[in-house]
Design a protein around this ligand. Structure first.
Ligand code: ZN
Length: 238
């Protein structure tokens, strides 16, 4: 009699495990996250390369000092990403090992208008890095380019063909004392745009529509941040 109970009990556990394996396993298996509102563009693995770039007419800031702040910011941003995307997307980052001296003077990159985060510098420096074959693309991975700029900048964008994301962030945001608590959030905010995620605040007044990382949270420490559920749903996470 006792043996029968043990047998039924073991059989029950087996069925439960089989159920979990097939039903739960299948629902997450092979379904990585994707770009915002673009289910064809998988972002299970993101290959991010970050450059510290300096226009020809500018003096670079101390490279070791920039790295000492950039490395922890990237580490925090990458941990935040894995957590928010419940491991359906990972960032693998690397930092270009020296200062990247740009070919032109600041004026060329900045043009006359540096408002709205200096998108001109973002576009022209992205082109320059691409033209110099400094982007290593890895098969099956989504490529993102991070530009720390000796000048003004805070912007992120996705290329028209949705193949390359790139963001720019002023070196000031990385090294200056007043940004110590918010620098990784600012970095992640701009990185978020490279995946197609839109701003969730009013660009003219600064008024936030949400308190997540794409809204008011961009100026708050990353450990207190989150990504809106509605955004994650548009990226195949939930
Ligand atoms: Zn933004």
């Amino acid at each position: 009699m006792r043996k029968t109970y043990i047998f039924i009990f073991a059989g029950g556990i087996f069925l439960a495990l089989a159920f979990l394996f097939f039903i739960v396993g299948k629902s997450t298996e092979g379904q990585g996250a994707h770009l915002y509102r673009n289910s064809d563009a998988n972002i299970s693995k993101i290959n991010l390369t970050v450059f510290y770039t300096v226009p020809k007419d500018k003096m670079p800031y101390d490279f070791e000092t920039v790295m000492a702040s950039l490395e922890p910011a990237l580490e925090e941003a990458s941990a935040f990403h894995s957590l928010q995307f419940v491991d359906k997307s990972w960032i693998q980052y690397s930092i270009y090992p020296t200062v990247l001296k740009l070919e032109r003077d600041s004026f060329f990159y900045d043009t006359e208008d540096t408002s709205r985060g200096n998108p001109n510098a973002l576009a022209s420096i992205t082109e320059e890095i691409k033209d110099n074959n400094l982007i290593v693309e890895k098969k099956g991975e989504f490529t993102v380019l991070g530009i720390i700029y000796e000048g003004l900048g805070a912007a992120g964008a996705l290329s028209e063909d949705s193949k390359l994301g790139s963001f720019i962030l002023s070196r000031d945001f990385i090294t200056r004392e007043e940004y110590v608590l918010s620098r990784s959030a600012l970095l992640y905010h701009e990185f978020g745009h490279t995946l197609g995620i839109p701003d969730l605040y009013d660009l003219d007044t600064g008024e936030a529509f949400t308190s997540d990382i794409m809204g008011g949270g961009r100026q708050e420490p990353l450990e207190a941040n989150y990504i809106e559920i509605s955004t994650l749903k548009e990226m195949g996470v939930l």
